[in-house]
Design a protein around this ligand. Structure first.
Ligand SMILES: O=C(O)CC1=CCC(=O)O1
Length: 262
């Protein structure tokens, strides 16, 4: 376990693999922490230097009061890159993590060599939708919305498997409310349509066929913006790295080979 400080906020960082291995850096989604990648990692090539961090307000990172903005979340990822001296990074971003990845690719073309956009888009939802969610969270807490959120996260087979679902429900409902709301506010204000259209690095995008949050159509529209290849993961929702880790691992491994990262 390591820590990096960004704007006075301590971020929890985990680095695994050989010091000089090709770097793959991950950014997780709203209401999850870096453990969302645990099932996927065994399906990636050996010898990678795997860098994960908990974005502010999530996991073991500090949780300042809401609201946050996307510029700050991108700066947090940049602080991790600079503190660890990372270069030639293949960045994998899930949902809000994919927004962070798009912002980072535009801001730090010197540091990123490839981007994987997983169940994300250049713009997710509308500011009104996020303000409504924030109002609901302030009124009833995350628990009051957990069923609706899990319906978007997972396809029916996993949703109906109480034991398999339990750790993810617990991860979601144990997310600090300020951290969750802070990130909702950041998503509400983020629109990378223009800068993502200007990206020149290789990008691969994917979406779970049953994703109720960033639908395959939304993800494909963002893939088209930046000439990314696009894949649909059958029978998976918003977190295909959890529901279909082997298939996601195969796609990422092939992409890393295609771009000469491994
Ligand atoms: O809760 C959702 O709708 C899923 C989601 C949207 C952005 C994110 O990171 O997760």
């Amino acid at each position: 376990m390591r820590t990096v400080t960004s704007h006075g906020v301590t971020l929890h960082v985990q680095v695994d693999g050989p010091e000089h291995g090709p770097v793959v850096m991950f950014a997780n989604s709203l209401g999850t922490d870096m453990r969302v990648w645990n099932l996927l990692l065994p399906f990636l090539p050996t010898g990678l230097r795997i860098v994960r961090f908990d974005k502010r307000g999530h996991g073991l990172s500090d949780c300042p009061d809401a609201p946050y903005d996307m510029d700050t979340l991108v700066s947090d990822a940049e602080a991790v890159i600079d503190a660890l001296g990372l270069q030639d990074i293949a960045f994998v971003g899930l949902s809000i993590g994919g927004l962070i990845g798009q912002g980072l690719a535009a801001r730090r073309p010197d540091a990123l060599r490839a981007l994987v956009l997983m169940d994300t888009a250049a713009k997710i939802g509308s500011p009104e939708m996020w303000q409504d969610r924030i109002a609901g969270l302030r009124a009833g807490g995350i628990g009051s919305m957990a069923d609706a959120i899990l319906d978007r996260w997972f396809a029916p087979e996993m949703r109906n498997d109480t034991a398999r679902l339990a750790p993810w429900r617990n991860m979601l409902t144990r997310t600090p409310i300020e951290g969750y709301i802070g990130c909702c506010a950041a998503i509400a204000g983020a629109d990378f349509t223009q800068s993502t259209a200007d990206l020149t690095l290789p990008v691969m995008a994917m979406a779970g066929s049953e994703d109720g949050s960033t639908t395959p159509e939304m993800v494909q529209a963002t893939a088209n913006l930046c000439s990314a290849t696009f894949h649909v993961i059958p029978d998976a929702g918003h977190l295909p790295c959890v529901e279909a880790p082997e298939e996601v691992g195969k796609l990422i491994s092939e992409f890393l080979k295609e771009v000469g990262h491994v």
